[in-house]
Design a protein around this ligand. Structure first.
Ligand code: 6PG
Length: 467
């Protein structure tokens, strides 16, 4: 077993195992490693006599099976496990070997690891992978960053295994250092916000239109054929009519309304704050998961502050409003995410190509959506576009739908039914398009109590007043 396999994977959980099967299916040889013998055996049993796949629980056997320079992908939980695996591999590696972290690692950790390993002659880069277990097997969207030279050696394998959008692989070299992990982090922030918005649409239809689950399923299927076409709309339509195996109801109605999170959406919000970029649609999606977890308090409060839905809508009218509101919300969410990417690119010298990011998100990943075609076109037309809301396609598409958003938000405010994702997106839009905001008063207050100074609209300079 001497240095013949093209690609190595550490971590034979469902992602690692599926990734190996995908690599081998595309004509490369792949070798897996996991300390858990059962996982190794299970992969080997599944592969039978397939000579293109090997696996071992022994790290030396694993490393000695890979061709030089070694290309090793880590598909292990983000966090300290990545460091532990790196330390286990290190004594067995040769200069110029490549380690790729395929997990949702925090981008600053990736920068530290790259520096640390560079000093030892090892290339290290992060490659965000989106698409879940199915994506890993059938074609994920891959978001690699780091050393370009190292990436070039992996490129043929990545392009072969990635999802394809009209024949184009959903992978591109994104930039130096942690660019890959950063882009994946923002992908997840967008994912959180889209999920929040869709959950609000589902609730709105139920509350104001008394839609049954099969009716909702029909509607989501219909919408998924139009401008809302996306993976998340598609799976939502399926989820809505999945029967519960405990009784004859629907499973979604039995699921506890407490959403968990692993932290990538929160990182997106935190980093946006650090960079001074407003992404309120993502922030509120994170907060809503946190608020959802306060189940006991919510139940208690619901007894004190009862609200009664007074408005009901005609189904046709409601469908039109919700479809338009979803479209509006989708655009605002992607606009915020891409704005964050643009500013982060300057701040961290990633040199991100936003058009190419929109392209590699068109298939394979969780936020894949028809809308990404318009987004990639917007950046292809103008690679200096500072915000998606300045693109003429979006100006023309957004203007006619804003009224529906206002109606839905005001109806929800009147009825006491929360619509936080949509209303935050609307507020962001309204503030973004206000040439004058009342923040002049905040500047005056700051100067009043703290002598912080202010700028004037009619003169250059910084001024202070003894109020
Ligand atoms: C993907 C997903 C994936 C994972 C999320 C879930 O792109 O394939 O984003 O990375 O499902 O991390 O995140 P939460 O557990 O935080 O919802």
């Amino acid at each position: 077993m001497n240095n013949t396999f093209d690609f190595g994977v550490v971590g034979l959980g469902v992602m690692g195992r599926n990734f190996i099967l995908n690599v081998a299916e595309k004509g490369f040889t792949a070798f897996g490693h996991d300390l858990d013998e059962a996982k190794v055996d299970s992969l080997l049993n599944e592969c039978g006599n397939n000579q293109d796949i090997g696996a071992s629980a022994n790290v030396k056997t694993f490393v000695n099976s890979l061709s030089l320079p070694r290309k090793i992908m880590l598909l292990v939980p983000a966090g300290k496990t990545v460091n532990i695996v790196i330390e286990c591999l290190l004594p067995h590696l040769d200069p110029d070997d490549i380690i790729i972290d395929g997990g949702n690692s925090f981008f600053r950790e990736t920068d530290k690891r790259e520096e640390y390993l560079k000093a030892k002659g090892i290339h290290f880069f992060g490659a965000g992978i989106s698409g879940g277990a199915k994506g890993a097997r059938l074609g994920p969207s891959l978001m690699p960053g780091g050393s370009k030279d190292a990436y070039n050696l992996v490129q043929p394998i990545f392009e072969a295994v990635a999802a394809k959008f009209q024949g184009e692989p959903c992978v591109a070299y994104l930039g130096p250092k942690s660019a890959g992990n950063y882009v994946k982090m923002v992908h997840n922030g967008i994912e959180y916000a889209l999920m929040q918005l869709i959950s609000e649409a589902y609730n709105t239809l139920k509350v104001y239109g008394d839609y049954s689950n099969p009716e909702l399923n029909d509607l989501f299927i219909k919408w998924n054929r139009g401008r809302l076409q996306s993976f998340l709309m598609e799976i939502t339509s399926r989820i809505l009519i999945k029967k519960d195996n405990q009784d004859d109801g629907y499973l979604v109605d039995r699921i506890m309304d407490k959403a968990k999170q692993k932290g990538t959406g929160k990182w997106t919000s935190q980093n946006a704050m650090d960079l001074g970029i407003p992404v309120p649609s993502i922030d509120i999606a994170v907060s809503m998961r946190e608020l959802s977890a306060m189940k006991e308090e919510r139940e208690k409060a619901s007894r004190f502050y009862k609200s009664k839905v007074v408005n009901k809508n005609d189904k046709n009218e409601l469908e039109k409003m919700v479809e338009e509101a979803l479209y509006f919300g989708f655009v605002i969410i992607y606009a915020q995410g891409f704005h964050q990417l643009a500013i982060a690119s300057e701040e961290y010298s990633y040199e991100l190509d936003l058009c190419s990011i929109a392209k590699i998100w068109r298939a394979g990943c969780i936020i894949r959506a028809g809308l990404l075609e318009d987004i990639s076109n917007a950046y292809a037309k103008n690679d200096k576009l500072s915000h998606l809301l300045f693109d003429t396609t979006f100006i023309d598409a957004i203007k006619p739908v804003v009224e529906s958003v206002r109606s839905l938000v005001s109806q929800s405010v009147k009825n006491g039914i929360p619509l936080p994702g949509l209303s935050n997106s609307l507020t962001y839009f309204d503030a973004f398009k206000s040439s004058r905001l009342p923040l002049n008063l905040i500047q005056a207050q700051r100067d009043y109590f703290g002598s912080h100074g202010y700028e004037r609209t009619d003169m250059e300079g910084i001024f202070h007043t003894e109020w």
